[in-house]
Ligand binder design. Structure first.
Ligand code: PLP
Length: 394
């Protein structure tokens, strides 16, 4: 859709307008879901010249083009291209493979998504890439960890269990001085709340399974890259054969159109519930950078324009069996992996089992909450019941 050139569009407007080509869609608002492998060429000359925007289903379709255009616009002027992957983890592994080769070293934030660690340790290790982990709060002191062969730094801001907030700008400045690229798992904030490509990140990844999809009905990943990194990302996607199914592409695009209202609602309810948890006598701490007394708050205010609905709670010391009784008593908070959908979730977690660069030693059991789109009054009533069960079981 045409955008008025006299002033830049707000992100909310970009989410609604970008990637739409009404004329090419026979007037329909949304693109067709193109199921297709073969693209036919009208003449031998066209075939020899690879003429036409689409050549083969794996490389793109009108459906993927619409989503890629919309995401490119959302990421902002530093985005040179967006790749689509069948899951968030596939987006992460593809991006790392794109920028690393045998003999390289990669620095990875100690708070990254655990399967990202497994990919680095188990698969990259087998291919001759060495990984070492750093304290998420290291900032510019990361300089001391660089080796002559360090080619990439991977961060996640904030870590999606412990919510440590890395200073991406400081890390990126050092990395670029050392000739390394910076990758960011931007799943928690999405590009709506964190334009990481504007803050020194070269490759910004989303598990679109979470907020972009928004309905717990797809697995999907996106890889957005700046001009320095996009050619390598595009090449890796092509060589690995990474692509996403058309129905999931369509659902990701549908989720994108309402991302701003959903994230605003998750943020509003998330903040309300985080404050509510803080006031509970059973709670020692709430880990959520949007809270003014959170250690990551200053960086969050500087680099982010919003917070999503995912945070963690550290309980005061209590036996795990009592926590399990609490979890079993909840009716609105489902127990399960993933997050970013319309529904509230809770999961117990323990980072201490896998962290290597930092010690994770909270004062009590830890729970991660995803605040969905239910009424916060109902969520509080559910948790009141849960805390009563916890108290009776301790
Ligand atoms: C869920 C998640 C992933 C992986 O996404 P999948 O689509 O499940 O593969 C990666 N990073 C973060 C932070 C996540 O929460």
């Amino acid at each position: 859709m045409a955008s008025p050139s006299d002033h830049p569009l707000a992100p909310e407007t970009t989410l609604v307008t970008a990637g739409r080509d009404t004329a090419a869609q026979n007037g329909f608002v949304n693109p067709p879901v193109v199921h297709g492998s073969t693209v036919l060429y009208p003449t031998a000359a066209d075939l020899h010249a690879h003429r036409g925007e689409f050549q083969y289903g794996r490389h793109g379709s009108p459906t993927t083009r619409a989503l890629q255009q919309a995401l490119t616009a959302l990421e902002g002027p530093n985005c040179a291209g967006v790749g689509l992957a069948p899951s968030g983890l596939a987006a992460i592994s593809t991006a790392l493979l794109a920028v690393l080769k045998a003999g390289d070293h990669v620095l990875v934030c100690d708070s990254v998504y655990r399967p990202t660690r497994a990919f680095c340790d188990d698969l990259l290790g087998r291919y001759g890439v060495e990984t070492s982990y750093f304290d998420p709060l290291i900032g510019g002191a990361i300089d001391a960890l660089f080796l002559p062969n360090t080619r990439a730094v991977m961060v996640e801001a904030p870590g999606s269990q412990s919510f440590d907030m890395p200073d991406i700008r400081a890390i990126a400045e050092v990395a670029h001085g050392r000739g390394a690229l910076v990758l960011d798992d931007n799943t928690w904030a999405t590009p709506l709340f964190h334009r990481s490509l504007d803050q020194g990140v070269d490759i910004s990844i989303q598990a679109a399974t979470k907020y972009l999809g928004g309905h717990s009905d797809i697995l999907f990943g996106t890889i957005s890259a700046n001009a320095a990194a996009w050619p390598r990302v595009a090449e890796a996607i092509r060589l690995l054969g990474v692509c996403a199914g058309p129905d999931d592409v369509f659902l990701a695009l549908r989720g994108l159109r309402t991302l701003s209202v959903r994230l605003a609602a998750h943020q509003r309810a998330g903040l309300e519930m985080a404050h509510w948890f803080k006031a509970r006598p059973e709670v020692a701490r709430v880990l959520y950078p949007a809270l003014p007394d959170d250690p990551g708050h200053a960086i969050w205010r500087r680099d982010f324009t919003g917070a999503s609905g995912l945070f963690s709670v550290v309980l005061k010391p209590v036996p795990q069996a009592a926590v399990d009784t609490m979890l079993d008593s909840l009716k609105l908070f489902g127990m399960g992996y993933s997050w970013g959908g319309f529904e509230s979730l809770v999961i117990p977690f323990d980072c201490s089992s896998y962290r290597t660069a930092t010690r994770w030693a909270p004062e009590g059991p830890t729970l991660r909450f995803h605040i969905g789109l239910e009424s916060t009054d109902d969520l509080k009533a559910d948790l009141d019941r849960g805390f009563a069960a916890l108290g009776a079981a301790r």
